[in-house]
Design a protein around this ligand. Structure first.
Ligand SMILES: Nc1ncnc2c1ncn2[C@@H]1O[C@H](COP(=O)(O)OP(=O)(O)OP(=O)(O)O)[C@@H](O)[C@H]1O
Ligand SMILES: Nc1ncnc2c1ncn2[C@@H]1O[C@H](COP(=O)(O)OP(=O)(O)OP(=O)(O)O)[C@@H](O)[C@H]1O
Ligand SMILES: [Mg+2]
Ligand SMILES: [Mg+2]
Lengths: 257, 257
């Protein structure tokens, strides 16, 4: 059975989409079948695979919309072992409708994904920058959640808010996944700010912080422009190597009891 | 009468909070009285002034909550000419309530701010990374809106979605402000990616893109850690100079008819 992993952080721009795409691609490289689900209405996943929003009709909304067609939501990424489901909302009105349906039927995403767990080794859910109904639905559907953060002050401050929100959902009766870990991303180790934040986050969260840190590299910023994960155009670079190391670290970690 | 400016971009992490704090501080330096309003429940403004969320009781929620106390929402930043109103929600439940009230009474924020416009030259509204009810309320309260973006692909893709959302709100009858401009932030001009995106955004949006670009500097990333705008601890650096230039460019621009 495939492992469903929600990629979550209410702070914007920490690298949820970038980590989702490049970690999945590193796992796909090792032969694991991965399905990526764009839960974020921004459609960042679609751009990361070089696809235009007009090119795809079916997606996340079809899981929540009674008139939708869930059978047609999976798109091939043209890369082996890597498929995706995009968020297929564009207007504010559609987005508000999706959020409302996710709030009304929070377990619907989990139920819709159940069929896919038999076909994939990993299912990654790329969440929007908030802890609202869509992120809550993704957490309910997940076995674990992964938290990217920048080695910067505002991202550090977002962590207690994130974990409080997960606790609040659990207190409300929602099944919450285990924390897979916190991964530091866009790290420039030369700066005092970064080493200061890294030290504090390792002090506070200890083993829950991955050893592997993803550096800020131009190649990683180019992923969305090229429409390719970094290991497919810069295999030997620091970015691809870091995501391969992260994949190894995740595979080696025993799933918490 | 003070000018109300909403700082908006649905893409996370482009620098809405950083631009709000440092642009306002550059204007405060020139003698303009500025009020910053944290419309984003993440409370990024509070951190940027080194304040702890437990230290402030009154804020945005008091505008929307019938039992609130709007008279006590303005906090002094300890810097001359710079005050702020923070978002004072923490839990998911409180945030959901704030969003619901903003959706139900979208003109409430504009009405609450009306009193302050006589006391300040500029009122900046720092918005969350989405185009939902809080951003919509901020746009209704504003005379103009400012769009920070990174010189990166996913931020570039966010622009049509942003402008479509503003058009959609206008079609729905909401008074929408004029576009003050798009400001490129976190720019590393040495990369091909940045110059490529800059070229495209200037091609597409022409005069609507400010000439001034804000570079990515470590000092700017340190603002939230120090709890001070960059011109108060690194006055001669590239970050402070860029924000002073942006302030000049904004002051020089004729308000559009
Ligand atoms: N390690 C990295 N090196 C260089 N650039 C990066 C890295 N990680 C992310 N980026 C870039 O930083 C920006 C933010 O990353 P991304 O969009 O993945 O974050 P996000 O958390 O998904 O954002 P949002 O909150 O809007 O969903 C993007 O332009 C991306 O290309
Ligand atoms: N010009 C810059 N140079 C260096 N760091 C910057 C710059 N602008 C922003 N940052 C840093 O980048 C991160 C994102 O910026 P910020 O939080 O202001 O963006 P935002 O759009 O307000 O994010 P959100 O979408 O979460 O509200 C922060 O850690 C901030 O310190
Ligand atoms: Mg994203
Ligand atoms: Mg912000």
């Amino acid at each position: 059975m495939g492992r469903a992993v929600a990629v979550v952080c209410p702070k914007g721009g920490v690298g949820k989409t970038t980590v989702t795409v490049n970690l999945a691609s590193a796992l796909a490289d090792m032969g694991f079948h991965c399905l990526l689900i764009g839960v974020d209405p921004q459609c960042g996943l679609l751009s990361s695979f070089g696809r235009d929003r007009f090119a795809v009709d079916y997606g996340l909304l079809d899981f929540f919309d009674p008139e939708g067609d869930p059978a047609r939501v999976v798109q091939s990424s043209t890369m082996p072992n890597l498929d995706f489901i995009t968020s297929n909302v564009w207007s504010r009105e559609e987005e508000a409708e999706l959020i409302e349906r996710a709030g009304a039927e929070p377990e619907r995403l989990a139920a819709s994904l159940a069929d896919y767990r038999g076909h994939y080794d990993f299912l990654f859910l790329d969440c929007p920058p908030n802890m609202g109904p869509l992120t809550a639905a993704a957490l309910r559907a997940a076995d674990a959640y992964l938290v990217p953060m920048q080695a910067e002050e505002l991202a550090y401050h977002a962590l207690p808010r994130l974990f409080d929100a997960v606790d609040e959902l659990a207190r409300g009766g929602a099944p919450m996944p285990e924390l897979m870990g916190i991964v530091l991303n866009q790290v420039d180790e030369r700066t005092r700010l970064a080493s200061n934040v890294i030290e504090r986050v390792r002090d506070d969260y200890g083993e829950q912080v991955f050893q592997t840190m993803i550096p800020r590299t131009v190649r990683l910023a180019e992923v969305a422009q090229r429409g390719l994960p970094v290991n497919l155009f810069n295999r030997s670079g620091a970015g691809a190597r870091a995501f391969a190391a992260l994949a190894e670290e995740i595979l080696a970690a025993p799933a918490r009891p």
